[in-house]
Design a protein around this ligand. Structure first.
Ligand code: PYC
Length: 312
């Protein structure tokens, strides 16, 4: 297969131009272009440049707003709500982030519920800005009903990813971002585009039979990872980022799509926790250790000289 080598800034510009020329406002084009470029940069092809095809297709099908401004609501002492007003989730997330951080610093724990958003993006991008400022992050979202619950053959759950981020001071954060299905739907679509079979265990055909044919799984049902355990986590995501925040389940999202083939529509739940507030005075000990490891120790000259004198 031939490839084209492009620099990251060219990839961003290409994405931005594609989105702008298809009618996305500059704010949405910029947020989406940064997101898909980051996905491609970090080796996550299923949430990289390829996503632009579905992002534009969803607009052409009339299933996403290209320019809606998000509305941010200070819902409760530890809850921010962001209404994406039918646009992709990213601008709503970015506009709500400062208030989420402020509330987390104040309360020690806070939540952001994004509502009425079309969702395509990798969730690691929604926990990394939290770890960047020393917070622990969690994010989850349903999608369309593509995945059969454990023991079933008919799709009910979404791919329902969960992301978790843990800050590590000056070191890179620990982050995982995983679908609760055996693979992201995007991975199956990429196999289908490349004409490659998928690994066993990713899905079943429309007769409920195991298959490695990506198209048969796209037409049939995907499977959860870890059997009933992934299935339970998928159910949790449905409830957390569906009814808890007043938004759709994956089955409702697919019904809303009504065969158009657009990207999932619904909500996302993001939690942020401040280790400094949980640890209280103990957090100071950790901060002092980190500072000393980086900058060394400041010992008073008098004490230093007295200790040195003990060497004889
Ligand atoms: O690839 O799993 C996926 C996905 C979820 C939402 C859109 N695509």
């Amino acid at each position: 297969m031939t490839t084209v080598n492009i620099a990251l800034k060219e990839a961003y510009q290409l994405a931005f131009d594609v989105l702008s020329s298809n009618g996305f406002s500059a704010a949405h084009a910029d947020a989406i272009a940064r997101n898909v470029t980051a996905g491609e940069r970090d080796g996550c092809a299923s949430h990289g440049l390829w996503r632009l095809l579905g992002i534009v297709e969803t607009l052409r099908k009339g299933k996403v707003s290209p320019d809606a401004e998000p509305t941010i609501v200070d819902q409760a002492p530890a809850i921010v709500k962001a209404d994406a007003n039918g646009a992709y989730s990213l601008c709503a997330y970015e506009k709500a982030l400062p208030l989420l951080i402020e509330k987390t610093r104040h309360c020690g724990i806070a939540a952001l519920a994004i509502n009425r958003c079309v969702h395509f993006s990798a969730l690691f991008a929604d926990v990394e800005p939290l770890t960047d400022v020393g917070l622990v992050g969690y994010a989850c979202t349903p999608s369309h009903a593509w995945v059969a619950p454990a023991g079933g053959t008919q799709p009910l759950f979404g791919t329902n990813p969960i992301a978790f981020g843990w800050p590590r001071g000056a070191k890179p954060p620990f982050i995982f971002d995983m679908a609760t299905s055996a693979a992201a739907r995007g991975e199956i679509q990429l196999h289908q585009r490349a004409g490659k079979p998928i690994p066993e265990g990713w899905g079943i055909d429309s007769d409920g039979q195991p298959t490695t044919d990506p198209q048969a799984v796209l037409d049939g049902a995907m499977l959860t990872f870890g059997g009933h355990k992934g299935s339970a986590l998928a159910a949790m995501v449905e409830l957390f980022a569906g009814p808890l925040i007043g938004d759709m389940t994956s089955a409702e999202s697919l019904a809303w799509d009504n065969g158009a083939g657009g990207l999932p529509y619904g909500g996302e739940l993001i939690l942020a926790l401040d280790p400094q507030r949980f640890l209280g005075a103990e957090a100071g000990t950790h901060l002092a250790r980190e500072r000393s490891e980086k900058q060394g120790l400041d010992v008073s000259r008098g004490l230093y000289d007295e200790i040195c004198a003990l060497r004889g």
